[in-house]
Structures are given as C-alpha cells and as structure tokens.
Write a protein that binds this ligand. Structure first.
Ligand code: G3P
Ligand code: MG
Length: 238
C-alpha cells in the first residue's frame, strides 16, 4: 500500500505548513498531498480552505489577500502554541523543500469555488521549471480544470477527485483524460471501486486514518491512501 501524507503529516503538525511537510519528508512514505489556492497578487499558496479563518489567526478569503498579507498570519497557532511561527507556505517553498527527494507530490488545485484565473497555468509552469513532472500528480474536484491541465501538460499525471459512489468512475475519468481515481473511502471499498481496481484502475483513497478502513482499502485493491497519520500507517503496512 502506498502512503501519502495528507496536507503533510497533518495529524501531528498543523496542516499544509512547512512543519507538516518537513515531518513527512523524513518518513519513508511514497508521497505528500497539498492544497493550492491563489493570492490576490497571483501567487499559488498552500492552504486547504477558501478562507484563512479555520487554520490561521486571520480572517477573510485567500483570493482577497496579497502574499505579504497572508504571510503575516500564523498558520500554526490554532493547532498548538509551539507552532505559532508557522506561515502559509507558497507552492514554490514546498517544491524547494522536496527538491531532490523521492516523494511524489500530489498538488490539489482548489479551484472548486473560485476559478482562480491563471492558477492552473502557474502551477504547471512551476512543475516544469522544477523538472518534476514525472513525480507530480495534479488532482481536483474541479474536473473542468483537471481536463484542461491534462490537455496542457499530458506528461503530468492527473487524479480525478470525487466523494460519491459513482456507477462508472473509470469512464468518467477517461472522458477528462484522468490517469487515476482519487475517491473518498466509500467508493473504494464498495463494488464499483473494487471492480475498477480489478480492471486495472489506479485508486488513491482519501482520507484514511482508521486502521480498519485502511485494511479494507487494501483488500479492495486500491493502490494508495491519503492519511493524516503517515507514521501510524507505515507501522500498519510494514
Ligand atoms: O486529495 C485528497 C483530499 O485532500 C481531498 O479532500 O478536502 O482534504 O482536500 P480535501
Ligand atoms: Mg486536499
């Protein structure tokens, strides 16, 4: 079973921070997942929500704040005081951190609510600049953006994110040129997911923190899990 640290090692460090990515980078896991939005001055930044409210000491939409404004916020103080110095990372900072490392990087394009004009092109450009197209996976719940990404950079793998138990996900993925299915747990362990895996589809499943769920996912034939607890899952599957 391949293990991807979800938002970095977000069970033990504040999600989508350098602390979470540093923790993941020293583990012998397969990859790391991170979420990208765009600042008002057009910089891809690594944060999960459209707003900074849940994960920082600020409030407001990421799209309305410049990088300088975003960098003033603490991205760790809500997790624990000792992480109050953590900032919202830029995508470039995270790519620098993993430069030369073996980990696969799953960059999730969070254009589901706000379209972030130019974000997809900037992310693809940065992946090419770093020369890491062979170890990046672009994913999104925004299948329109994902289809466009595959058209623009066919050499970069794409993963179709979804939460429903879709009747024929492999056909849906094929229509948008996606290379893999990135389903929530229920699809993966029910018949449509099992069938897709048996037919050769690549399934990477989110977000799997329960060992019982993890074993069900493995038995259903999925290739990878996204987990907040990568060290715990390494123990389970060793
Ligand atoms: O990419 C897997 C997972 O991160 C998708 O859901 O909401 O945690 O970004 P979410
Ligand atoms: Mg995500």
């Amino acid at each position: 079973m391949e293990i991807f640290a979800h938002r970095g090692a977000s069970g033990s460090r504040p999600e989508n921070t350098m602390a979470a990515f540093l923790e993941a980078a020293v583990l012998p896991i397969d990859g790391v997942e991170l979420d990208v939005h765009l600042s008002s001055d057009g910089v891809p930044v690594v944060i999960h929500d459209e707003t900074v409210d849940r994960t920082t000491d600020g409030s407001g939409y990421v799209k309305d704040m410049t990088l300088v404004e975003l960098k003033q916020l603490s991205a760790g103080c809500r997790f624990a005081d000792e992480f109050s110095g953590e900032r919202i990372p830029t995508l470039r900072e995270v790519l620098e951190l993993f430069r030369g490392k073996p980990h696969r990087l799953n960059i999730e394009l969070k254009s589901d609510v706000f379209p972030y004009p130019g974000m997809r092109e900037k992310v693809i450009g940065m992946v090419k600049e770093f020369g890491i197209g062979d170890r990046v996976i672009l994913s999104s719940f925004d299948h329109v953006t994902l289809e466009a990404a595959k058209r623009e950079a066919p050499e970069i793998e794409t993963g179709m994110l979804f939460v429903e138990i879709l009747a024929d996900a492999p056909a849906d993925a094929a229509r948008i040129g996606a290379d893999a299915l990135h389903p929530a747990l229920p699809f993966a362990i029910r018949e449509p997911g099992r069938h897709a895996a048996a037919e050769g589809a690549i399934l990477r499943v989110f977000t799997v923190n329960d060992p019982v769920h993890a074993l069900l996912v493995r038995d259903a034939g999925a290739q990878a899990i996204f987990t907040d607890y990568p060290a715990k899952m390494l123990e389970l599957f060793k």
